[in-house]
Every structure is written in C-alpha cells, then in structure tokens.
Design a protein. Structure first.
Length: 224
C-alpha cells in the first residue's frame, strides 16, 4: 500500500527525496516544502499551510490541490496534515524534515507521534516516521497485544529508546549490543540511549506504553 510522504519547509540535513519515494506515494508539501520539492524535481499532490515561508508562486496545475490556512490557526501545518490524511488509505506516513531547527517545533513533532501513531490492534493503525539526513524516529505502541518492531541495520548509527508515555512495560531489545529482557522503563530514564546494532536488524518487543525509537547517525569519534 502506498505511503504518504510529507515534505516540511525545513531540512537541517540534506535528503535526496526522490530516492525515498515510490510511484504510488501521496506527496504533501507543507508551505516552503514546495520549494524543496521543486528543487529536487518532485511533484506533489497537495500543498498545505499559510504559505508564509514559500518562495515559489502557487502552482496553476489543477492536479495539485492547494489548502490555504490563515497564520492564526490552532494547529501546526504538520498536525493539519496528520488530521487530513486518511489512515485507511495511507497507514504509513514518512515526514521528511520535522527535526532540527527550532527546539519547540521539534519537540512538538516528536510528541505528536504519541497522538497520531496507532498500534496494530487499534482502529486506524498508522505508522509515522520523522527523518532527515542524520536522524530517523518513530513511535511504537504496546496495546496489550504486544507490539514487535524490526529495525533494519544502518551503518554508523546509534539506536535509542525513549518512553513517550509515563512508563513502557515489557520492553525487550534483541539484535543490539546492549540487550534488554522484559524491562519496565520510566519516562526520563537514559539507560536505553546510545545502543548499537549487533546484526542485520534489531528487534524490539513492547508490552504496553508508547516508545520512541531513534536511529541517529554518529560522528566517527562517537563510534570508536
């Protein structure tokens, strides 16, 4: 099934966007994300935002839908996109950007993963990934049915696991340098930060709670 790809208006680390897309993906540009899309030869299906940071003129192509909002609105452009996209049609969302720059916006985007990610046993199942050229993160939810997530190895990258809920219970980590077995982790704990891959993939099992998974590229000196 096709995914929705959301291009935000800010990329702290360069990303070659065409390599992330499939022919049937539904592409959304948030405000200045349209400028980034044009620079990389990507044609969106939807433009969304108040367009205060977009340099290019609005397209005249009738195949590109435009949704314009006033600057004084109750939701960020990214949350508007999450609310508009139908999880039945696009259960997977890739957000290109959304990290770096203003700390308040980055933290809001990460926290929204807890609200808009649904576990496999929940109605409207949805997986959302935020990524740029250096970092990738997504949330997994344990909903009593036990969630299992497999993370393909990425070279020279760290793995970190951070509770977004008050507590994550039944956390098991395999395929990593530091293993964990059926542990309960409180929000704010740091002992699941800076793990490393120890095989072709890492496997995470979660019984309950909402867990943030971060795959972050490390500096050469970090990995010595």
């Amino acid at each position: 099934m096709a995914k929705a790809a959301i291009i935000t208006s800010y990329l702290e680390h360069p990303v070659h966007i065409p390599s992330l897309l499939e022919p049937d993906d539904y592409i959304v540009c948030l405000d200045g994300g349209y400028d980034i899309a044009l620079q990389q030869g990507v044609r969106p299906h939807l433009l969304l935002g108040d367009f205060d940071s977009m340099q290019a003129p609005l397209p005249e192509d009738p195949a590109i839908q435009v949704r314009r909002y006033p600057p004084e609105k109750d939701y960020t452009d990214l949350e508007l996109a999450f609310r508009i996209l139908d999880p039945e049609k696009t259960p997977e969302i890739l957000v290109i950007g959304g990290l770096g720059g203003r700390l308040d916006q980055t933290l809001t985007n990460v926290q929204m993963l807890a609200n808009y990610t649904a576990g496999p046993a929940e109605p409207g199942y949805r997986r959302i990934t935020l990524m740029d050229g250096c970092n990738q993160c997504f949330a997994i939810k344990g909903d009593g049915a036990v969630s299992v997530c497999r993370i393909p190895r990425r070279e020279h990258c760290y793995l970190s696991f951070l509770p977004l809920s008050d507590q994550c219970c039944g956390l098991t980590i395999r395929g990593a340098k530091y293993l964990l077995e059926d542990a309960d982790i409180l929000r704010g704990a740091s002992h699941c930060v800076s793990n490393e891959f120890d095989g072709p993939q890492a496997e995470v099992t979660l019984g309950s709670g909402t867990l943030l998974v971060v795959v972050a590229q490390g500096n050469n000196s970090d990995l010595l």
